[in-house]
Structure formats: C-alpha cells, structure tokens
Design a protein around this ligand. Structure first.
Ligand code: CS2
Length: 496
C-alpha cells in the first residue's frame, strides 16, 4: 500500500518535486477563504514559489466554506498536495508547501475570527466564487433581504463570507487594530472595490456606534486591492489522483490539475506587506482595470458562451466545444468584432493575440474541463462576462449581435436538455426562478421578456432596449427550432 503524502513522508517524494523550503518551519500570515482547487493551483502556488525567492512568514490557513471534503483531504496530509500541470506534450508536477493549516469556516467561526484578528495575519484572501459575495450582480449591492445575511447581522456565528470578514475585522480592531489587506481573487469586475462596498454595507446593519468606529478604523487600516486571476483549473478526477500517486510515489487525495499558464494582476495597495509574488510572475500595478475587463470579457465571456452552446450541442468538455468549427468561429468573431472594440489595451498586451492565445488554451484536451462546470452559476457570471460588453456597444450606438446570441445560449442552456434530448441538471443559485421561465412552453419572445425582467441579472436598462430584446428573442427562437449548430453556423456566415 502506498503511504500518504504528509510532512512525515515528504522526503520520500522525488527531491525535484518538493518545495524548496521546509514547510514545517513556515508560520501563517495569510487567511484564505475558499479552499477550492482554484486557490490551490493559483495563489497558493504563487506564494509557494515566492517563498523560494524571499523567505517570510506567509503560510496560508485555508478554509472551506461549507463542505468538509477538502479539509478532510488535506488535514491528514499536513496541508501538502501536488499540482499537476497538463497540456499536450507537457506534464509537470510539484508539491506545494504554502498551505499550513486547513479548516471549515462555517464550523465554529470563532476560530476564523481569532485568526483574522491575529497580528501575525496580514492578508485575508478570498476565492469564494461569484455567488459567495451574496450581492446583487447587477448593482453590486449586498442582498440585505438574504436570510443568511440577516442572521449574520443579528450576531452569533457568521455563515456568510461578508459576515465572517466583518466579525474578524471587528475583533482585529478590538485586539489592537493592526493593518490588514483583504484580497478578493474572484472573477468579478472591480472585485476589491465591490468587496469593500459589501463590507461597508454590512457594517451599516450593525449598531450605529460600532459601525462608525469600525468604518473609521477600516478607512485608515484596511485595504481592498482588486485583482485579476487567471488559470484554467478543472475538477480533479480519479485518473488525476492516480497520476499524482505514480509521480510522487505517495498517495495524494488533495492533488489538483491545471494548465501550464497562469496570471495574476494585483492592484498594488497592501496595508501590511505581501509575499514576493511579483518575483514569480505576478504583475503589480496601480491600474488593474484594463486587465480586468480584457480577462473577464475575452476569456470568461467566450468561455461561458462555449460552455452553454457547447453543452446544448452535446459536448462534455471545453476542448470538444472549441473543437466544433462553428463554435470556434463564433467566439473568434465575437471577440474580434464585439468584445475588443469595448476594451483598452493593458500595457504591452496585444488584445487580438491575447484572444487567440485564450482560445488555444481552451482547446487543451489534457484538462478534461467540463462544459457544465463552466456553465454553472450563469446568473452571477453573465453581468461581467457578457452584459457589460453589450452595454458598452449599445451606448456606442452599435448592436451586440453575437453577444445577444451568447445570452440566448445561456437561456437555451437553462432548459436543461441538449439538442439530442438528453437531460442535465442546471446548477445556479437562481435556478428556482430562471429554469422554470426558460423551460416553459411560452414563445421565445415571452421567455426572453420574462428573463430580461430579472433586474438582479439584467439591471434596469437592457429589458427596455427593444433592439437587444428582439435580437435575443430571435436567437433563442432559432436555437430552439434549429438547434445550436445550425444556428451558430448561420450566425457566422451572416457575419462579414
Ligand atoms: C471559468 C473560469 O468556471 C468558469 O466560469 O470561466 O473558472 C475560468 O476557467 C478561469 O477564470 C480561468 O482563469
């Protein structure tokens, strides 16, 4: 039987796969909320490599929100796990040592509060997915009518991320008030600014005296830099774990898979220092906005488009979806004609080359990245990935024709059945509302009108723009009648 990876067995792994430092000597300086595969393949890797360049107490205490799955995988391994990089003709594997403690945020959140308050903690970072912010994606406001938000504001153990943060910030202020950086790493436009707003809004639900004191202290001591994160990280499968076992000579139940590419652009606004992330490829800048819009609109916008249309066309993986010539041509044109014209080029970046590189990354067949994984939670992804682009075009007097097709693709996906008639489950926090509307036997025009009226997703403006509404209705009608591939083929051939 193969032994399990842990601090005690680490020296049995091949030397070139081990961290360049002794993880057992690393103290915690970062609390991370959201211990999913993405964090383990992204920020934890940057931190691990930065420690090899410049030593510091930047170990990570990573917490899952609700599920014990990841803590249960990593606890017996003392936080150690491997990252397996996969691309055609490329395999690399390394053990990451930066995660030093794991836990569950919803279980006795007192421990989390204490760690956020601890002077040794200098950064609290987050990858809690779009829906984890419990905001209204169209306006960026905290959902004050959300029962979990209300329960957190009333006191007791906090179950929402913003509630947990505020509880921790209150304790930190009371414990001496050392400065802190709160670092959002989720795919949302202006993620740092958004999170600061949500934290402040939550404060306004507290006793006015507490609110004033906390807000004053935060204004002087807590920063919320915005960041752009990028790495494709599929869910780990059994074959990946087996591959990790072969490479390590040890069993690793926490291994994660990723593409070789990774990028991190961070607004340089740290209140209490940071690891030498810039020494290992992160870009520190005062202006993240152009990177942010390019990444969300080009990469994530076309990712979602391919996921919805690809899944309905019966493709299980992103590589298969982009391997479908009509779908590849669609996203290529969408990027060229409708997305890039809304963007400002980040320094040294050629956006059309960036677009090509992104589509090549999607085609990586070694990842097995599932279309349904990318398609989930669309109600929280559409606004920053597709709708913001549509708005910019419309305000410039142009019609977002292909973006309208992508939006119709989301609506078609919500019907929960492929063109071939196979059923699938739609995972979305608003599934209760949107699936029923999308699956009804109403005309496509009625379905689109009813969906566009959901202002948490579409805001107050898009439903009122007849040209946009009729374009989405027309596409949805064609997607339902003719199927994805014929519709997309025609859309591409109608585009000059
Ligand atoms: C994907 C992203 O699941 C999704 O919605 O679009 O997770 C994507 O893989 C990453 O943002 C890539 O950086």
């Amino acid at each position: 039987m193969t032994e399990r990876l842990s601090l005690a067995t680490l020296d049995q792994a091949p030397a070139e796969l081990r961290p360049s430092y002794d993880p057992s000597s690393l103290a915690i300086g970062i609390v991370h909320l959201g211990l999913g595969a993405f964090h383990r393949a992204h920020q934890a890797v940057f931190t691990d490599e930065a420690l090899g360049v410049e030593w510091g107490d930047w170990g990570i205490y990573g917490l899952s929100q609700r599920s014990r799955t990841v803590p249960d995988q990593l606890e017996p391994q003392d936080g150690l796990y491997a990252v397996l990089e996969k691309a055609p003709g490329h395999r690399a594997c390394r053990i990451v040592g930066s995660i030093r403690k794991v836990g569950l945020a919803s279980e006795g959140s007192g421990d989390l509060t204490r760690w956020i308050a601890a002077p040794a903690t200098r950064i609290v970072s987050l990858t809690v997915t779009e829906k984890g912010y419990r905001h209204d994606p169209a306006t960026g406001q905290l959902r004050e009518d959300d029962p979990a938000v209300q329960a957190d504001a009333a006191g007791g153990d906090a179950s929402t991320v913003v509630g947990q943060l505020v509880r921790g910030l209150q304790a930190r202020r009371a414990a001496g008030g050392d400065p802190l950086t709160v670092l959002s790493c989720d795919n949302i436009a202006g993620n740092g600014r958004l999170l600061r707003g949500l934290v402040e809004q939550f404060c306004s639900l507290l006793d006015p005296k507490d609110e004033r004191a906390l807000r004053q202290w935060m204004a002087a001591n807590v920063t919320f830099p915005s960041t752009v994160v990028d790495r494709i990280v599929p869910a780990t499968g059994a074959a990946d774990l087996e591959e990790a076992r072969q490479l390590l000579g040890l069993e690793d139940r926490g291994a994660v898979v990723a593409e070789p590419f990774r990028q991190w652009v961070i607004e340089d606004d740290f209140a209490a220092g940071r690891p030498a992330w810039d020494a290992v490829g992160a870009i520190l800048t005062s202006d993240v906005l152009p990177y942010e819009l390019a990444k969300l609109r080009i990469l994530n916008g076309s990712h979602s488009t391919l996921a919805y249309l690809g899944a309905v066309a019966g493709h299980d993986t992103m590589a298969a979806a982009i391997g479908e010539p009509a779908l590849a041509a669609l996203v290529r044109r969408m990027i060229r004609d409708e997305v890039i014209p809304t963007l400002r080029e980040p320094p040294g970046v050629d956006l059309s080359r960036y677009g090509d590189a992104v589509l090549e990354r999607f085609a990586n067949p070694a990842l097995g990245h599932r279309t349904h994984q990318v398609a989930m939670d669309g109600s929280h992804k559409l606004p920053q990935r597709l709708l913001a682009t549509a708005r910019d075009l419309l305000s410039d007097g142009r019609q977002p024709r292909l973006i309208a097709l992508a939006v119709a693709g989301w609506m078609r996906y919500l019907r929960g059945v492929t063109d071939a008639g196979d059923r699938y489950e739609v995972a979305d926090p608003m599934a209760d509302r949107v699936v029923g509307i999308a699956s009804s036997s109403d005309s496509s025009g009625t379905i689109v009108t009813r969906l566009l009226a959901i202002r948490e997703i579409f805001g107050d403006d898009l439903a009122g723009l007849p040209a946009f509404r009729s374009a989405v209705s027309e596409w949805l009608g064609r997607l339902i009648e003719d199927g994805v591939l014929r519709t997309v083929d025609q859309a591409v051939s109608e585009t000059p």
